[in-house]
Design a binder for this molecule. Structure first.
Ligand code: HAM
Length: 406
């Protein structure tokens, strides 16, 4: 469970600010749900046979001897919240963010506490919502300079199609169980669809002749999948992947993932899909649902923008003797006049020269310098630290105007 230091969070904040703009433009509203939920919520949604519930939940008995778990993902909690509020008949465009917990073996890009930012569209049947969410994914990637990625997509059909495919896969694999990798032999009994994701050579070889998902889904589903792919083909590397089933049991219909070759073994930085049956499964009314979640630790590694910090930085330099109410008031007035600018103060003092050095070192674009003379005359020096290094003397009112109009 890694700590996040200011130098890490610079990229996070940049990403978060881009995302909130995008969510606003799609009219998606934020929802926050608790970190702790009843364990049953996840066994009934993500699925008892999934690795996430089976092996990775952080669960414990609370003081009332009820089993509770730290959430491993966000979608189940959101459906629970909407059912509890009896709002399944309404339409919702929601986004959320926060830490998730999975007891996985830590490695690059895989943590036991990680963060997701996700979107859920509730109340929209298959159709335009798929187009809109994939457009949103493309826009997110573009906004932070990610262009080298693959969007894998598949259609799992409805619950019946998924079930028939699963049975057919088991019938095909059972006679060859010995040829499967040990891990996949276990999955054959518990969660056969996950075998399709296997990275094991012997399993991959065997799967070459296995039944195909597309033979089990309806013509309409196939056409919809093909239409989606052709709509986005010119904009990203989108590819149908028959083996994409995703690790959570609740999906039916379209599923998708974005992967990047720059991330190592844990290459998926976003995943999602449709899960129309979840609301009923959790005791609510029928509610069409589709969404995706981004792995923040993974996506921030891919941000490809030279200058993350677009904000202007001004160093506020006063000699130690003068750190008094008057100079504090000037700093305060400047911050009030333009809160978009970073006004950096050097609290450890030092000579004007050494403070100026510090201002240059920490990337200030300008400096406000107030020496004895300036303070006496209600003036300040405005110094350009970037272009020509020129400087001018301003009255305090002129200083505020200069700062406001930066
Ligand atoms: P997921 O594929 O399990 O889907 O997780 C989404 C993303 O979270 C992954 O693509 C990955 O980037 C990140 N992630 C998952 N586990 C870890 C980990 N241990 N360490 C770091 N990052 C991780 C879901 O969670 C679904 N709820 C997504 C969804 C929303 N489907 C519909 N709506």
């Amino acid at each position: 469970m890694p700590d996040l230091f200011p130098e890490d969070l610079e990229r996070w904040h940049y990403f978060e600010s881009k995302l909130t703009d995008i969510f606003n433009s799609f009219n998606a509203a934020e929802i926050r749900t608790p970190l702790l939920e009843s364990t049953e919520l996840f066994s009934r949604s993500v699925g008892n046979s999934s690795d996430i519930v089976n092996k990775e939940l952080y669960s414990f008995l609370d003081r009332n001897k009820e089993s509770v778990s730290l959430r491993p993902e966000g979608s189940a909690s959101i459906i629970r919240a909407i059912i509890q509020k009896k709002q399944e008949h309404e339409k919702h465009k929601l986004w959320y963010q926060g830490p998730m917990f999975r007891y996985e073996r830590p490695q690059r890009g895989r943590f036991r506490q990680f963060h997701q930012i996700g979107v859920e569209y509730l109340g929209f049947q298959e159709g335009v919502s798929e187009y809109e969410l994939i457009s949103m994914v493309l826009q997110i990637n573009q906004s932070i300079g990610i262009s080298d990625y693959k969007l894998k997509i598949n259609h799992l059909g409805d619950a019946n199609a998924k079930d028939s495919f699963c049975k057919s896969l088991v019938s095909f694999l059972e006679p060859h169980a010995n040829e499967l990798h040990e891990k996949d032999q276990i999955r054959l009994g518990s969660n056969p669809l996950r075998i399709l994701d296997s990275k094991e050579k012997s399993t991959i070889e065997l799967l070459k002749n296995a039944p195909n998902f597309e033979d089990f889904i309806s013509e309409d589903s196939k056409l919809f999948l093909e239409d989606l792919v052709s709509a986005f083909k010119g904009q990203c590397d989108i590819q149908i992947d028959q083996s994409l089933v995703r690790g959570l049991d609740y999906y039916t219909g379209i599923v998708f993932e974005t992967v990047s070759g720059q991330l190592g073994a844990q290459d998926a930085f976003l995943g999602g899909g449709r899960y129309d049956n979840l609301s009923k499964q959790l005791g609510g009314k029928e509610m069409h649902s589709i969404g995706f979640a981004i792995g923040v630790e993974r996506i921030v590694e891919l941000i490809n923008i030279d200058d993350l910090n677009e904000k202007i930085k001004v160093g506020f330099i006063v000699s130690e003797k003068q750190i008094n109410q008057k100079t504090y008031k000037i700093a305060n007035d400047l911050r009030l006049a333009n809160s978009c600018i970073i006004l950096e103060t050097f609290l450890s003092g030092g000579s004007l020269k050494s403070q100026l050095r510090k201002a240059n070192k920490c990337g200030c674009n300008f400096a406000v310098i107030i020496g004895d003379e300036e303070l006496k005359n209600n003036q300040a020096i405005w110094k350009d630290l970037e272009e020509d290094g020129g400087q001018k003397v301003l009255s305090l009112q002129e200083l505020i105007n200069q700062y406001t109009n930066l």
